[in-house]
Design a protein around this ligand. Structure first.
Ligand SMILES: Cc1ncc(COP(=O)(O)O)c(C=O)c1O
Length: 424
């Protein structure tokens, strides 16, 4: 066979090259941190320099015109230091923890971040991963497609949707099977999707302790922790900051910024970063950050600036005891109550799962149709409702998720369509 005009490489070649590249990056990173003013020209980047004259001052502010000594083209792959520090600061006030920027990495949204965290804890390498993942549901199964189908991970889910009034484990004994199956990681969505029910914090603490003793990681997806009703919340304490816990969040829900595709992972540096000469250190090929190197580095500047702005607002609110976006939250609560009060007047509504947080009300309909069939019927009538079997419910439980973060008029129309359909 005639060889083509290219070098043929095997796996080892490619890995060696990636390591060389990484070594170079580690080298300049160390140099720049020790010699902050020394670099005068970065002629090693495959990107254009910022064409500053193309922008007006306001746009430059938005893009983050001030650069740090590590703001070279793609930016630091673990995320902007200021954003990471601010996240740690906010979390420490909320939970009395002691996080630093070393416990925080920026991720491309909570969904992607969860996949990268799973890859890391299951040591996914060369198409193989070690151990199983237990998911305590109901939760978003769509998110586990790639881990199962592309990464070949074994995932088992435990859906707490059987009883109307217990959509979470009520004691650690109910999780005996989870521990017996000895997973490598347990995933908890706190509060869960679609019901917005918080994991009882005492039980979570026990789960984390028991998991810690057995060398099991606990991954907490906290994105549904938005608009909690009075007295509800994550209710963590310093106990949440232990080596086997990895937390994921993003401003997608709380701040309606899903298009920014940005979020954060909080965990021990050994999971977030790689090792260089036996020391934990950011690098481009290891740790969760190394796994994200194809989407390195950093979030877009606009997203970073927005995050800083929002986190500062949260800090202000925390210090003066106010809720961020209190006015908006009130409107949302009124919408939630409107949906619940409407459902209460409707025939064939068998159960209403009132959320403790988030922007959904889940309801079970008395029907011989599956949730998907109901959704399809309602679609014909002009109403879109999410079938809840995508999250862990049985399809024949005919459970639908109503997201109430919609304009008032639309919400009224939607409820009218649902009422008419159920009255037929
Ligand atoms: C439980 C849960 N995790 C993650 C996501 C996605 O988060 P992101 O938009 O930050 O990727 C969602 C979105 O619906 C969600 O409900």
């Amino acid at each position: 066979m005639i060889e083509g005009p290219y070098h043929k490489r095997n796996n080892e070649d490619v890995i060696r090259m990636a390591r060389t590249f990484d070594e170079y990056h580690t080298c300049f990173r160390n140099f720049v941190s020790k010699n902050p003013e020394r670099i005068r020209a970065s002629l090693d980047r495959g990107t254009l320099a910022y064409p500053l004259e193309m922008y007006r001052d306001r746009e430059l502010d938005m893009l983050g015109s001030k650069r740090s000594s590590r703001s070279f083209s793609y930016g630091p792959e673990e995320g902007d230091i200021k954003v990471r520090e601010k996240i740690a600061e906010v979390e420490n006030i909320k939970h009395r923890t002691n996080y630093s920027a070393d416990n925080v990495a920026i991720i491309p949204g909570a969904w992607g971040g969860l996949e990268f965290a799973l890859q890391e804890v299951l040591n996914f390498r060369r198409g193989k991963s070690e151990g199983r993942v237990a998911v305590i549901g109901p939760t978003l199964y769509q998110m586990f497609y790639t881990p199962i189908e592309h990464f070949g991970m074994d995932i088992e889910a435990y859906d707490f949707t059987k009883l109307d009034d217990a959509h979470r484990p009520e004691s650690i004994d109910e999780l005996a099977e989870v521990f017996d199956s000895n997973p490598r990681a347990i995933v908890v969505t706190n509060s869960n999707n679609p019901d917005g029910t918080y994991f009882n914090s005492n039980i979570l603490k026990e789960v984390i302790e028991k998991a810690g003793e057995k060398g099991i990681y606990v991954l907490l997806d906290e994105i549904q922790n938005c608009f909690p009703s009075d007295g509800n919340g994550l209710n963590y304490g310093p106990w949440i900051q232990v080596p086997n816990v990895i937390r994921l969040d993003s401003p997608s829900k709380r701040y309606a910024l899903s298009d920014c595709r940005v979020g954060w992972m909080i965990g021990k540096p050994e999971i977030l970063f790689g090792h260089t000469n036996g020391e934990v250190h950011v690098n481009r090929i290891e740790g969760a950050v190394g796994r994200m190197s194809g989407i390195m580095g950093n979030a877009p500047r606009v997203a970073n600036n927005l995050l800083i702005h929002l986190l500062k607002n949260e800090l202000n609110c925390l210090s003066n005891g106010k809720q961020p976006f209190a006015e908006y939250s009130e409107q949302l609560r009124a919408k939630r109550d409107f949906v619940i009060s409407q459902l209460e007047t409707m025939p064939r509504v068998e159960a209403i799962h009132v959320p403790e947080s988030c922007v959904n009300v889940t309801t079970r309909i008395d029907s011989h149709k599956t949730d998907l069939e109901l959704s399809q019927d309602l679609m014909q009538g002009g109403l879109l409702l999410m079938p809840a079997s995508g999250y862990g419910y049985n399809p024949e439980d005919s459970t639908l998720r109503i997201t109430f973060a919609e304009r008032e008029q639309r919400l009224r129309e939607g409820m009218d369509i649902l009422k008419k359909y159920l009255s037929e």
